[in-house]
Design a protein around this ligand. Sequence first.
Ligand SMILES: CC(C)(COP(=O)(O)OP(=O)(O)OC[C@H]1O[C@@H](n2cnc3c(N)ncnc32)[C@H](O)[C@@H]1OP(=O)(O)O)[C@@H](O)C(=O)NCCC(=O)NCCS
Length: 164
Amino acid sequence: MIVRRAGPDDAEGLTELGEAVGAEPEGWLVTTNGWRNVSDERRYLRAIRRYPNAAVFVADDGGNIVGRLSVARDQHPASRHVADLGIMVAASHRRQGVGTALLHAAVEWARKADVNKLELHVFPHNTGAIKLYGKFGFVQEGYRRAHYRRGDEFTDAILMAYEL
Ligand SMILES: CC(C)(COP(=O)(O)OP(=O)(O)OC[C@H]1O[C@@H](n2cnc3c(N)ncnc32)[C@H](O)[C@@H]1OP(=O)(O)O)[C@@H](O)C(=O)NCCC(=O)NCCS
């Protein structure tokens, strides 16, 4: 398993991964109406290839995409040192260090991009992810009530951050 920057050719694998994780009944992700389609994903990956403000990393297990981490810098001039991230690992590959390896890639990217704070939102019921982030060094900065709308329901979210 290697972690590397994603390219347009990863669009199919990333779409499959997003659909599979998004369909898990626990509802880990914010999106409830399916993942973006392959051509939109490819377009996005092509657009950010040389873009200094965002990156997508993949965990590649012999050609299979088994993990994804997306990171994007805050666009406001006063918070350009902050970037937001999202992560997912294929159910078949969890608890093998893939999530941790992806977070290390995000930290490395942040250093080069002059970002010194990474932040993320996680649902309170996602105790596994909260453990991963805490173990890595993220701390809770806030609790946001009814912050996301998922279908007909509003869901709370925990805001966590990691300072480099
Ligand atoms: C959360 C997620 C990214 C973790 O990825 P992972 O590759 O399994 O994480 P790691 O193997 O690097 O885990 C590192 C440590 O985090 C903790 N951890 C991770 N998942 C855990 C779980 N389900 N339960 C308890 N602890 C967990 C453990 O301490 C683990 O170390 P250990 O396995 O030696 O005990 C993965 O479960 C996932 O993709 N879930 C669905 C999507 C999701 O929730 N994304 C995050 C949305 S905010």
